[in-house]
Ligand binder design. Sequence first.
Ligand SMILES: [Fe+2]
Length: 180
Amino acid sequence: MTEANMNSALTNLLTAEISGPNVVESRRTVGDLTGYWQDADAALRTATELLYITQSWFPVAEGTEGAILWGNTTLMPGLVGDEYYMTRGHWHEKLDRGELCVTTSGTGLLVLMDQHRITRFEKMTPGSTHYVPGHTAHRTVNTGDEPLVFLCAWPADCGHEYGSILRDGFSRRVCRGFSL
Ligand SMILES: [Fe+2]
């Protein structure tokens, strides 16, 4: 493998699929988000259901200062009780680090919560392009009936902090009947 090949991958802009060296895929089920759902019993009943798949491309190692990483998420449609399928959500360990996301297909919401626990929402539709500022927790929610697929670019050294979301959640949940 030449160095040039190591530093490139192929992104299908219709499907968001990323292929090439150093692309890592992971899958999460409803049960992997135990503790995050409003309806714990409903989550237990559907624990094995596929929730989302991510692909992350690492042309450099995570943690590399000054570098940017690239990846996608395919968030399935569905409900746990009355709550729409969602990603775990996180803060960046380096709080001032931001992120970019662009939706390729599906519809949903980008949930953004500041350090005062004020939560706001941005609609995700094909082509919608979102800047997640620093000092902002973020998660995505699929409010549609097809997979919500998006690409993201984030600083390689941002770090991901999930524990406080598990403990405190976001200040707002997105459930059936939700309107902005
Ligand atoms: Fe992030």
